[in-house]
Design a protein around this ligand. Structure first.
Ligand code: ZN
Length: 298
């Protein structure tokens, strides 16, 4: 009697899941932002269903969660965060959602860098912009997924091995391409403060444009200082994060001969039809644009 009931419930459960006979439902994973969610997706394959809290093109530093996000978090089997101070909003959301687990910190094992934020020295959270660090993330993710779903451990490990090999290749390729540029030209001008790990890993100097990152509307003096800086440093291409002022861009271009380098994706993936829909694509996109910018002769 009891056996039959148990079997009955079992049959019902597998029908509800609907993925075929005796197949377990995919693990429900939540990741804080798109770059991390993509890594979990690659390592988890079809054994894991991943939701990113911050969406494509979103800012992972600030996030306004919807009720739906709290529900997803509460129902998650495993939750991934970047750590290193990126997700200042996460603790509040966890408490509000009622999620009882402990998030996995994907950057565990990374050697942290420091950066300046509003005049204060803080830990730089953008560690994924070194592909070698990406490999550390992947290993942490594979281990956490295996702990949550031991039956599929071999699958996670195989996926992670393949992914790490791709990242290792990308890391070596980026290093070779960057180091192929003469050292005097191995510098870029950018407002993206998310490129510290990239610069360190690939031997690049980042120049911050004077004034531009802190002022909404740069003054004439700021623009003049920027133009002098671009000329003095021999910058041929510049990357401005919020370069939505076409007049400023045109003015700098006219006065210096330097060109805007295009859009970098440094802390958020593009939409699926964009140029940076995965972590690998994003990394390669940025590396190609930056190396191209540094290689430009005149
Ligand atoms: Zn950032």
């Amino acid at each position: 009697m009891t056996m039959n009931l148990a079997r009955c419930v079992g049959v019902l459960a597998s029908l509800t899941v609907g993925t075929g006979l005796a197949e377990a439902r995919p693990l429900k994973a939540v990741a804080s932002f798109t770059v991390l969610a993509d890594m979990v997706r690659v390592v988890g394959g079809d054994k894991v269903e991943v939701r990113s809290l911050v969406g494509p093109n979103g800012d992972p530093h600030t996030f306004e969660p919807a009720p739906d996000d709290a529900r997803a978090l509460k129902a998650a089997d495993v939750v991934f965060v970047n750590g290193l101070g990126l997700e200042g909003w996460m603790d509040r959301l966890i408490v509000a959602s009622g999620y009882k687990g402990t998030p996995i910190v994907a950057s565990t094992g990374v050697a942290p860098l420091q950066m300046e934020d509003d005049g204060k020295v803080v830990i730089d959270p953008h560690a994924w912009n070194s592909a070698a660090n990406g490999m550390i993330y992947v290993a942490v993710i594979a281990k956490a997924l295996a702990a949550a779903d031991p039956e599929d451990r071999a699958i996670f490990e195989t996926n992670a091995d393949r992914y790490e090999a791709e990242l290792s290749h990308l890391d070596a390729e980026t290093k070779a391409a960057a180091l192929g540029v003469p050292v005097a030209r191995r510098k870029i001008l950018t407002t993206h403060d998310a490129l510290g790990y990239f610069a360190k890993a690939y031997g690049i100097e980042i120049l911050a444009p004077l004034g531009i990152s802190t002022e909404q509307e740069p003054s004439a003096a700021t623009v003049a200082a920027l133009i002098t800086q671009i000329k003095n440093d021999g910058i041929k291409t510049y990357f401005l994060e919020n370069s939505n002022d076409p007049r400023l861009i045109a003015q700098i271009a006219r006065a210096t001969g330097a060109r805007p380098g295009g859009e970098l994706y440094v802390e958020s993936l593009s939409k699926p039809d964009g140029p940076a829909a995965t972590y690998l694509a994003m990394f390669k996109w940025n590396a190609d644009l930056i190396v191209k910018a540094m290689s430009e002769k005149n």
